[in-house]
Design a binder for this molecule. Sequence first.
Ligand SMILES: NC(=O)c1ccc[n+]([C@@H]2O[C@H](COP(=O)([O-])OP(=O)(O)OC[C@H]3O[C@@H](n4cnc5c(N)ncnc54)[C@H](O)[C@@H]3O)[C@@H](O)[C@H]2O)c1
Length: 364
Amino acid sequence: MSKKLTYGMVGGALDSMIGEAHRNAISFDGRTKLVTGCFSRSFDKTLKTAKKWGIKKERLYKDYLSMAEEEGKKKKKIDFVVIATPNSSHYEISKAFLEKGINVVCDKPLTTTVAEAEELKKLADEKGLLFCVTYSYIGYPAISKAKEIIDSGKIGDIKFVNVQYIQGWLAKEIEKENKQAQWRLDPNQTGLANTTADIGSHVENMVWYLTGKDYDSICARLDTFGKSRKLEDNSTVMINFKDGSKGLLLMSQIAIGENNNFNFSIFGSEGTLKWYLKESNKLNILYENYTEEIFLDEDEVSGTNIGFIKTYNNFISDLIRKKNGEEINNENCSFQSVNAGLRGMKFIEKCVESSKNASRWVDF
Ligand SMILES: NC(=O)c1ccc[n+]([C@@H]2O[C@H](COP(=O)([O-])OP(=O)(O)OC[C@H]3O[C@@H](n4cnc5c(N)ncnc54)[C@H](O)[C@@H]3O)[C@@H](O)[C@H]2O)c1
């Protein structure tokens, strides 16, 4: 391909948590160029971010609506926009760009309600646009390998799925001084849930990606340990899958001393498959009689940004194939699409419903 794809970005200024991870992963791919943006509500921050990435001033905007309007009018539109703002703005921003015929990459969780997510899916599909949700952990090569192992039948029939994503950064009530903590714990900026949405969305997506199992019912308890908090900082969820298998998920942000401890154990009839983010290039299978098989990907350096890199690599490859006339859509794509984002929103809403009703089991 001679000419690079072009993209724009909303949110993700230099002082954000995740903006540079997106841009670095996209530039690693080498087939795209960042040409426009509204990186912050503060134009000064937009200018600073643009300077680092060499974007012309005439393509910078004070708000995302003007960006969608002006960029949408161009004869040669950007190929996609990346949205890396707090959760409650994902819906409006995605909608503004979809309406202008621009493909979207939006960070998780997709929206704050199922209804908003359904609307975005409908709009993207009607317009024939690709919509990627950056569930970045699915990008780790060991996760593709785990799926291959499960699909091959090597661990037999799955009986039980145990997934944990535990962090300790909200163990103390830091939200007065920490802006990332502040918006995540504010229902107006984050939606119905904190932990269940922020990291539970990754957990739910991992379970779905690996097992493909439909949920029958779930039972959740959302705990709020921070006394001044309106939303949970710890979340435990049990799942009954439709095929009779079961799951237990633990998401916590008050696990003091833990950084990003994402791990799973999947108990099959013939083996237990285990993965741990801190050794992200390694998988273990435990067998009867305590024997063990290890898969180690020597080419992948554990702990790198490989998840984001691979997520963008898949999305950009699909976009190029689509531009070259192939039938690529949000169903048959190789990235996690708006469909995964919608299922994630349903998971969050059901967890909140269960927890609010004395943790009773709710149909999914
Ligand atoms: N995929 C992942 O692994 C991952 C990791 C961390 C965060 N996230 C997601 O990324 C998103 C951003 O999280 P964060 O921690 O980087 O937040 P942050 O608060 O650090 O950054 C948000 C950025 O958006 C900008 N912004 C806010 N409203 C805006 C608007 N209306 N227009 C333009 N810019 C605006 C802010 O100025 C800031 O630069 C969230 O949805 C979060 O869930 C995903």
